[in-house]
Design a protein around this ligand. Structure first.
Ligand code: ASP
Ligand code: MG
Length: 411
């Protein structure tokens, strides 16, 4: 019998009624003739509440203990779901990450999965049980509990689907799937029936919240078909798959945004070899991830360098850059938290000229100033003022007619 992995997010198991609803869905799929492995997140905002408590105790809680704490959330939801399924008359068993043998490295709060032991899962499936597994958690070789980073249950599910050779990994959430833009901002956004791994990776990396980035990487590397769908409707949702297998290939897939970054500009840096290396080495050594980088052409041997970091890293970044400015003899630096990044993603832009020009025109028509631009082969991002972000997203969405016309192209 084929295996299906289903993952239910926190909002899908937010209360006991919803847990009962999930139990019914799981059983319904089993009745279609599948062996079921179900991954569950912590109930509602549990993880946020646990984190809040930790920070009330200490401004920098020890990461090992943080993972010990955060992993408890998922243990609550798996046991309740198992009870709900059993009360429908079906065999079920809940297992934690360590019980399954989801082995990770020891980088607490952002651990990476190294291997998954499938023996216990297969044994339980053979007995006819529905196997319910705690998302987001694993265990090190030294038997310490780890977590995989926020939203990590998606990665647990996709990794399990890869390991078990599941037919599909269904990710159930509170939205119907992946849209051309966030429907709360763009009311006429369209649900995408399918999207390629590469486009989904860019969408997740530029702010789409629907799937954890790492889960998409995992899906791509192991060829796991991922279906994102709502646990509250019957909609088929969005299938994330290999581009070559897609029937329809729209030029543009969607517009995303991110208001979680801040921009730093270093003024009047001497323009000589090794300067950029120095700036970004210092940031890397402080474990700060840099996203966009711009260096202007120099005037009189001096230049400006701008880059973006996540707002959470801003304090640390300022400390590092303060020192770098002194060491390099730059004039000064500025930080701007009031920015947003809007991105346009679509595999068709590789072969379809004029996409960037149209995106910039959409912003220009609304008199929205572009402060930074960066591109990849299937993405264009612009940094603008934060207060213009909703307008910008709608304008770009309209410009490319994403609400209705699918511009299809042979790729
Ligand atoms: N409960 C964890 C979180 O909220 C993991 C997850 O939901 O995927 O980040
Ligand atoms: Mg959650």
């Amino acid at each position: 019998m084929p295996i299906i992995v289903q993952k239910y997010g926190g909002s899908s198991v937010a209360d006991t009624e919803k847990i009962k609803n999930v139990a019914k869905r799981v059983v319904k799929t089993k009745e279609k003739g599948y062996q079921m492995v179900v991954v569950v997140s912590a109930i509602g905002d549990t993880t946020d509440h646990l984190l809040k408590m930790a920070y009330e105790i200490s401004p920098s809680p020890p990461e090992r203990e943080l993972d010990m704490l955060l992993a408890t959330g998922e243990q609550v939801s798996i046991s309740l779901l198992s009870m709900a399924i059993q009360s429908l008359g079906y065999g079920a068993i809940s297992l934690t990450g360590p019980q399954v043998g989801i082995l990770t490295d020891a980088s607490y709060t952002r651990a990476k999965i190294i291997d998954i032991k499938s023996s216990r899962i297969l044994e339980e499936l053979k007995k006819g049980n529905i196997v319910i597994i705690a998302g987001f958690q694993g265990v090190t070789v030294d038997n310490d509990i780890t977590t995989l980073g926020r939203g990590g249950s998606d990665t647990t599910a996709v990794a399990l689907a890869a390991k078990l050779g599941a037919e599909v990994c269904e990710i159930y959430t509170d939205v119907e799937g992946v849209f051309t833009a966030d429907p709360r901002i763009v009311p006429n956004a369209r649900l995408l029936p399918a999207i390629s791994y590469d486009e989904m990776l860019e969408m997740a990396a530029t702010g789409a919240k629907v799937l954890q980035l790492r889960s998409v990487e995992y899906g791509k590397n192991y060829g796991v078909k991922i279906r994102v769908r709502s646990s509250f409707t019957e909609s088929e949702g969005t299938l994330v798959m290999e581009e070559s297998e897609m029937m329809e290939k729209p030029v543009i897939s969607g517009v995303t945004f991110d208001v979680g970054e801040a921009k730093i500009t270093i003024r009047d840096v001497p323009d000589r070899p090794g300067i950029a290396a120095k700036v970004f080495r210092s940031l890397a050594d402080a474990n700060i991830n840099v996203d966009m980088i711009i260096q202007n052409i120099s005037e009189k041997g001096l230049t400006d360098i701008s880059f973006t970091v996540s707002k959470g890293d801003l304090k640390k970044t300022k400390e590092v850059i303060e020192q770098v400015v002194n060491e390099l003899g730059a004039r000064t630096f500025e930080a701007d938290e009031n920015i947003a990044k809007v991105s346009l993603v679509g595999a068709g832009m590789k072969t379809h000229p004029g996409v960037a020009a149209d995106m910039f025109a959409a912003l220009a028509e609304k008199k929205i100033n572009i402060e930074m631009i960066s591109t990849s082969s299937i993405k264009i991002s612009c940094v603008i003022k934060a207060e213009r972000v909703n307008e910008a997203i709608q304008a770009i969405h309209d410009k490319f007619n994403l609400a209705k016309d699918k511009i299809l192209e042979e790729r």
